[in-house]
Write a protein that binds this ligand. Structure first.
Ligand code: SAH
Ligand code: SF4
Length: 343
């Protein structure tokens, strides 16, 4: 019989699994704590679980793990982890230290099917979805080396195209018996899959970031094919309807690309588009990469755009590019996909 990878299970999934083995459900909480608070790698570490039940668990279940195949450190403290998965595929996670707290940017898919014109991950297409355990194991592995205070699903992949693994992963990350992260410290980013936004909101409590990146359907259609299925009007209505954790706002990500979406008219339209959504704007100057002709705007253009939003009382930050020297910046992650495609 194939063993169950128990890191694929949420607490309630583990409870069901354990009662299926004829044991009390409350054992699940103990095991969950061993996995995510004590980082147990073997059932024998679980000393408050009886020896005989550990033997049953070992027979029926396994504890999966990831360890980085390579770690690159940037001059600015950003660290990029490459994880090789069981089937040989690879994904990356990026740890970004900032003012004493560490944000971990994790991947949800190997590659991505969404084909955004500015994104390197998108150019490789989708290889496959990650499992829940492959998502949470990125966090387990990095936490072994550094504290992790904040998690963003902004690595490789479109998390909302993999909700059946992402929702359980968010539940494990935010479970008081799991990783114990506040729901305010976990953010899922989407390119704008409208029906899945509602499904995410129903399935878990989490912050939402939306990659808007354009202020007209015409431009958004061009750079984000998803817009042809779910145009701006529908996307913004879905943002407005999203059930956020209390006192939170939606993060509107806006990748600024020279001469494409960086004018003051864009800034004006942006203010109008988000006026009735509790939101903050993250301006992300386009990170240039080979294979894409887009350019980053001049600093002056970025500053002007930023100031316009501020003057209109929009909460805005311009994200400084982090980890550029190790290709760890937004939209530069590619794992070893290029290599794999050649193999
Ligand atoms: N698929 C999800 C999450 C991963 S992408 C999404 O699209 O939201 C994370 C962020 O990186 C998105 O906001 C995306 O717009 C941005 N991004 C992609 N390529 C980029 C690039 N070359 N420069 C700057 N930001 C980029
Ligand atoms: Fe996929 Fe996000 Fe990149 Fe678009 S920006 S191709 S959705 S990872």
């Amino acid at each position: 019989m194939e063993k169950t990878d128990i890191k694929n299970l949420t607490l309630s999934g583990l409870e069901a699994f354990i009662s299926g083995l004829g044991k009390e459900r409350f054992r699940a909480k103990q095991i969950f704590k061993w996995l995510y608070q004590m980082d147990a790698m073997d059932f024998d570490e679980m000393t408050n679980v009886s020896k005989e039940f550990r033997a049953v668990l070992k027979e029926r279940a396994e504890i999966s793990n990831l360890s980085p195949e390579a770690v690159e450190a940037s001059e600015d403290g950003t660290r990029k982890y490459l994880f090789r998965l069981k089937d040989g595929a690879a994904v990356e996670s990026v740890l970004i230290p900032d003012e004493g707290r560490n944000t971990l940017c994790i991947s949800s898919q190997v590659g991505c099917a969404m084909q955004c014109a500015f994104c390197l991950t998108g150019t490789f297409g989708l290889s496959r979805n990650l499992t829940t355990s492959e998502i949470v194991n990125q966090v387990c592995a990095v936490k072994r080396e550094h504290p992790v205070n904040n998690i963003v699903f902004m690595g490789m992949g479109e998390p909302l195209a993999n909700l059946s693994a992402v929702i359980p992963a968010v539940q494990i990350l935010t479970d008081p018996d799991g990783f114990q992260l506040s729901t305010r410290k976990v953010t899922v980013s989407t390119s704008g899959l409208v029906p899945e936004m509602a499904e995410l909101g129903r399935g878990c409590t989490v912050n939402l970031a939306v990659s808007l990146n354009a202020t007209t359907d015409e431009v958004r259609d061009r750079i984000m094919p998803v817009n042809r299925a779910y145009p701006l009007k529908e996307l913004l209505a879905a943002c407005k309807a999203f059930p956020l954790p209390s006192r939170r706002w939606i993060t509107i990500e806006y990748v600024m690309i020279r001469d494409l979406n960086d004018t003051l008219d864009d800034a004006k339209r942006l203010v109008r588009l988000i006026s009735n959504i509790p939101s903050k704007v993250n301006l992300i100057p386009f990170n240039e990469h080979d294979g894409c002709a887009f350019k980053s705007p001049t600093q002056e253009t970025i500053d002007r755009f930023h100031k316009y939003l501020l003057d209109k009382h929009v909460t805005v930050i311009t994200r400084s590019s982090r980890g550029g020297d190790i290709s760890a910046a937004c939209g530069q992650l590619k794992g070893k996909l290029d290599q794999m495609q050649k193999d």
